[in-house]
Design a protein around this ligand. Sequence first.
Ligand code: URA
Length: 283
Amino acid sequence: MTHPQPDLAARALAEFWADMGLEEGRVLSARLLARRGTSATRSQERAPAPGNLQTRAASAAPTGPRPEPRRLGNNPIADACRLAAAANTLAELRSAVAGFNGCELKKASKNTVVCDGAFDAPIMIVGEAPGGEEDATGLPFVGRAGKLLDKMLATVGLSRQENVYITNLIYWRPPGNRDPSPIEMQICAPFLMRQIELKQPKLLLTVGKFATHAMLGRTDGIMKLRGRKLSYAQDGLAAIPTIPTLHPAYLLRNTAEKAKAWDDLRTIARLCDEMGIKRGPGL
Ligand code: URA
């Protein structure tokens, strides 16, 4: 396999470690490079059906501490389902989300943030929610965390230009970057499920606890789930292999945890190779 820019992955890896301190990063890089290709991908595991994105969207039952006001008629989830089902392409779906007024977060947002990357990319990343820079630009993962995510992907020859499509659980910024609420996730879920249906990605990556729990219906901590080959189930679709990993915003706050993210990236790279998903050589 050849890569158009052989230095790219090396530079991305150096930058990935850079803020850990030169010595620590250098030692870790050397250790990791020495270990390249040695550990095996864990076997595929099936996520339990109850509690996944589909079940939550279908049940339409708020699980948060107190219900939030609903705006469209009395069931924005039903409206989201109807609009999502009517979209026959990802471009139509994007417009449908932008025109949807059923999520309260939209009122205080500058932009609707749906997706970025190639529509035909074999890999789909699901994050949590837009932050300030995403709200300002209308694109997911373009702030500090997004830049780190791009570097992480580049270390294993992946990019949103070539083989990765990125979206989030919700499409508007929660005020003060608070966690997305259960009802916000439920209202947006029909659009996410329709994106998956229209795209049919070969591989899903969930970043962070919220996306992992919502997509897989698991409640185990992200540290237990990360780096494992799990499975996303949705009616009418074949099961999609899914690997959870740590959220880049968490890695920015906890740089020592990058070693775990690097392990996950190598698992992702191995799975891509096993599945015939084309990528640059990475490291
Ligand atoms: N964090 C996310 O989960 N998504 C974004 O788009 C940006 C930051």
